[in-house]
Ligand binder design. Structure first.
Ligand code: ADP
Ligand code: MG
Length: 706
């Protein structure tokens, strides 16, 4: 092995005490290189800085001690309870520990193990502790080296770095103690190689009050006091947030420089006309967002903007203005919905809005066929069709636009990543506006969609009647259904929604079916419809249309009901087993009512005795953004990234709730750097660029759009 060989960039296998077998196990945890080991941080710490001496323990006290197991065994008691006992010893004396009813510990605790135990001390043939918790801090049989698994001296050696014991994420065949031993043995050399190299500029550390990288890593692996851990964690959190924002900023910049977009700047004939004919004034939030979009569209570079707003906040009008701006500049504009039904709804809305302007939207979906389809295709190609409405079929396949200036993607919650990619690949660079009715916290948006510009409508049009929301237990079901009956009798419509659990779609379908049958009996004067995932899309479509037309009064549905469907006459939403829904989903469901002039109601039923924190939050506010923040707080970020989002693995050290300040700062710095030096070609950005390319290359590929 040449001395110049890098431990940091070399395989973990060649580190001390690893070898091929352990390397495989490290690999399972994503630790491939020496550097990965540095970043494989403890997930918790045992604070033994306040351990008691065994000699001092007195019955009645609650204590924490560290000692070596000198004898152990399982002893049956008279009451047939099997008790695992171990005697442990420190420099001052010994004490018996007893674990009643846990005989299996005999297999996990060995003689010679260094054990940390805490629990109450009592008097039982001498002093005895019944540990509430125990951790094997060191094990005789672990050894530090793979080659010599029996190294006996390990047992009595306390980990270096003081009295705080790091506990590492482990995996089958590689215990947290073995990981710790490997880290301990290699940390000095790894840190020495890292030296004082730090990808972040010196000045930032002072501004942010964070330590040097090597210092932070040393603290996190071998803390001497718990207080230092948090500032070290923030150091790593900032680093990962910053590089993620740098990736986003570069993706945005690349789009702006490499792709020539379409500049829409002409006399505002249509947009002005629409603003004049609207029967209402735009809200301040709508005006602000329209200005942001307006400015984007006048630039040469393509717009890439996410428009977030709660259900009913008035996104459609803003989208219509943007479409008109493209048209008055001589281009076409298209709006795409995830389903045909939603596309039809957009067609109706836009047809009404644009009629006074003498503009007629053209629809193209899978069910437009034959001559009508050819006609539409021709007009799209020769440019006579200006405003297009459709499903994603509009930008796939053989549709040729004369000049597509703007694509509005109404994605609800899928954010149109795939559609944006397709647009880029088709060689066109129209402005893209992605609309989402699922509010997410700004912090989450920055992490997941930082490559998009963000516009938020955070204000509802005036005069809206808030939906009356309630959370009720099983005892109130009957009353709630009576109330539903009253509403139906007044000519309103309603929903009863069941949660859908993927593994048991069949079961849920059956539950919904049974419910629909019993409600049909209960509400004999009304039409009860049923909608569930086991129905064909044609059947579902027909049922939805029946509800839209008012032929169906009450719709019993699993969550397949369309996210964006507007039925102004629907005023009641009952949600069964509401704990099984996420907050965002509950809020989405509630958004199906309250779309008309009448007062609307939403009741979420909980199955158990009391309502969860989440349900209580749900009933207490109708502000989607507030709920999204609450959701982030309650569930934590891991859950919110969702299965399909590549974001799950993105944040290892940062916590969006706690580190919001760091995130904003990171985003700010990243954008400033990329604005000044998009290629990071300036020598002063060499370290940043190197770090980005060596550590975040795979993420860059993941996040690149186009
Ligand atoms: P979203 O698409 O955000 O759910 P919509 O654009 O469908 O919301 O708007 C919901 C309703 O509110 C529509 O009937 C629309 O005409 C109306 N609306 C939109 N903006 C305003 C406003 N500024 N003042 C009053 N009503 C508005
Ligand atoms: Mg809408």
């Amino acid at each position: 092995m040449s001395p110049a060989r890098s431990l940091l960039t070399g395989a973990v296998q060649y580190l001390k005490g690893v070898g091929p077998r352990r390397a495989e196990r490290f690999a399972q945890m994503g630790v491939l290189l020496g550097r990965d080991l540095l970043y494989h941080l403890p997930h918790r710490y045992e604070d033994a800085s306040t351990v008691d001496s065994i000699a001092d323990l007195a019955p009645g006290a609650d204590a924490t001690v560290i000692g070596t197991v000198v004898s152990k065994g399982v002893i049956p008691t008279r009451r047939r309870l099997r008790v695992f006992r171990a005697v442990i010893r420190d420099e001052t004396g010994h004490i018996e520990c007893a674990w009643p009813g846990r005989p299996w510990l005999d297999r996990t605790i060995e003689r010679g193990d260094l054990l940390l135990v805490s629990g109450p001390i009592r008097f039982y043939h001498g002093r005895q502790m019944q540990p509430r918790e125990h951790t094997v801090l060191a094990r005789a049989s672990d050894g530090g080296h793979e080659q010599s698994p029996q190294a006996p001296e390990a047992a009595d050696e306390r980990p270096s770095g003081g009295r705080i014991f790091p506990v590492y994420p482990a995996t089958e065949g590689l215990s947290h103690r073995q990981v710790r031993a490997v880290v301990e043995e290699n940390l000095p050399a790894l840190l020495a190689e890292l030296d004082d190299r730090d990808p972040l500029p010196d000045a930032w550390r002072k501004e942010l009050a964070i330590p040097l990288l090597a210092e932070a890593l040393a603290t996190l692996h071998q803390p001497t006091d718990l207080a230092a851990i948090e500032s070290a964690r923030r150091r790593l959190a900032f680093e990962e947030l910053f590089f993620l924002q740098l990736l986003h900023a570069r993706a945005r910049a690349q789009l702006r420089t490499e792709v020539r977009g379409i500049a829409s700047r002409a006399a505002p004939i249509h947009t002005e006309a629409l603003l004049k004919t609207l029967p209402f004034e735009l809200t301040n939030a709508q005006l602000r967002v329209w200005e942001e979009i307006h400015a984007d569209m006048e630039r040469d570079a393509p717009m890439n903007r996410l428009l977030q707003g709660d259900v009913g906040s008035g996104k459609t009008v803003v989208a219509a203005l943007a479409m008109l701006k493209a048209v008055e500049s001589g281009h076409q504009a298209a709006i795409m919905a995830p389903t045909e039904l939603l596309a039809e709804q957009h067609l109706r809305t836009l047809t009404d809005l644009l009629a006074p302007l003498g503009l007629k939207p053209v629809m193209l979906t899978g069910s437009v066929t034959g001559k009508a389809r050819q006609y539409a295709l021709d007009r799209i190609e020769n440019g006579r069709a200006k405003i297009l409405v459709g499903t994603h079929a509009l930008i796939q396949g053989k549709v040729k636009f004369k000049s597509l200036g703007l694509a509005v993607i109404d994605e609800q919650h899928r954010f149109g990543v795939e559609q944006r990619r397709q647009l880029r690949e088709s060689g066109q660079a129209p402005d893209a506006l992605v609309m989402s009715a699922t509010p997410i916290p700004r912090s989450l948006a920055l992490v997941l969609y930082g490559d998009l510009d963000l516009s938020v409508i955070d204000e509802l049009p005036p005069g809206r009647r808030p939906i009356v929301s309630a959370v009720r237990g099983p005892e109130s079901r009957n009353a709630a259904f009576d109330f539903l009956g009253d509403q139906l009798a007044e000519g309103r419509q309603g929903y009863v929604v069941y949660p859908l659990v993927e593994e048991s779609e069949m079961l849920e379908a059956r539950a919904a079916t049974t419910m629909a049958a019993s409600l049909t009996e209960r509400f004999t004067d009304f039409n009860v419809g049923l909608l569930h995932g086991k129905m064909s899309s044609a059947q579902k479509d027909e049922m939805m249309r029946g509800f839209l037309a008012g032929d169906v009064d009450l719709l019993v549905a699993t969550t397949v009901i369309e996210v964006g469907i507007d039925v102004p006459n629907a005023t009641v939403m009952l949600i069964e087993d509401a704990e099984r829904f996420g907050l965002a989903q509950l809020h989405q469901l509630r958004g199906r009512v309250g779309r008309g002039a009448e007062q609307s109601y939403c009741v979420a039923f909980h199955a158990g005795k009391t309502a969860s924190e989440r349900l209580t939050a749900f009933a207490s506010t109708s502000d989607g953004f507030a709920l999204a923040e609450e959701d982030l707080r309650i569930r934590g970020q891991g859950d919110l990234f969702g299965k399909e989002q590549s974001g799950a693995a993105l944040l290892r050290f940062a916590e969006l709730g706690r580190d919001r300040d760091l995130l904003e700062d990171a985003s700010h710095r990243a954008r400033a750097i990329v604005n000044e030096d998009p290629q990071l070609a300036n020598p002063k950005h060499k370290d940043l660029r190197h770090e980005l390319e060596s550590r975040y290359a795979t993420r860059e590929a993941l996040y690149q759009i186009g």
